[in-house]
Design a protein around this ligand. Structure first.
Ligand code: GAR
Length: 200
């Protein structure tokens, strides 16, 4: 059983996609142990509670330094015996000591085809605004491993989505979520669970 923690900052529709995939047995040998938010009013926390999943709010600003926050988060997740950390709309840049502690065990969903529209300042709706401003006809989503850079880690899965005439950032965001993010995030987790079963 792959024990995962899902880190969130907002609405939590990607968290919901993982919860639904587990419930519908599309995602197997995976257990959502805990949801961690950096915002106490994140709707993702309601989704966790509604589904009987433990959740906690851990705010970077409550720690004296980024390192202290990273140390606490790493200890907290190690205490929960977490095998994989899933960033699902988590908008905090993780401290280096945390990335070291969970090296190769953190994945992120990003709402574009990396290396387009990624890196510093590209998150949420801003990604889709930039894609529309550039006039791309194809966008999509990427699941990748997290390293110490911003959206620079090895790519696990990508899925392309068409940009349609007259799209607003909100309409494009919804299409990318429905057609790509909610599909490839559970799929990437399943790939990692399958691999960990083989390697023990
Ligand atoms: C998603 O579109 C996710 O890809 C994006 O934030 C949204 C969160 O939605 N993440 C990033 O932009 C990370 N750079 P959700 O809370 O409904 O899952």
């Amino acid at each position: 059983m792959l024990k995962i923690a899902v880190l969130v900052s907002g609405g939590g529709t990607n968290l919901q996609a993982i919860i639904d995939a587990v419930k519908n047995h599309k995602l197997t040998d995976v257990s959502i142990e805990v949801v961690v938010s950096n915002k106490e009013d994140a709707y993702a926390l309601v989704r966790a509670a509604d589904n009987g999943i433990a959740s906690v709010c851990i705010r970077p600003k409550d720690y004296e330094s980024k390192e202290a926050y990273g140390r606490y988060l790493a200890t907290f997740l190690a205490d929960h015996e977490i095998d994989l950390v899933v960033l699902a709309g988590f908008l905090v840049v993780l401290p280096e000591n945390f990335v070291d502690a969970f090296a190769g065990k953190i994945i992120n969903i990003h709402p574009s085809l990396i290396p387009s529209f990624c890196g510093d300042g590209f998150y949420g709706l801003k990604v889709h605004e930039a894609a529309l401003a550039r006039g791309v006809k194809i966008t999509g989503a990427t699941v990748h491993y997290v390293d110490k850079g911003c959206d620079t880690g090895p790519i696990i899965l990508q899925k392309a989505v068409s940009v349609e005439e007259g799209d607003s950032p909100e309409i494009l965001q919804k299409r990318v979520m429905e057609q790509a993010e909610w599909v490839i995030l559970p799929r990437a987790i399943q790939m990692i669970a399958d691999k960990s079963k083989l390697t023990g």
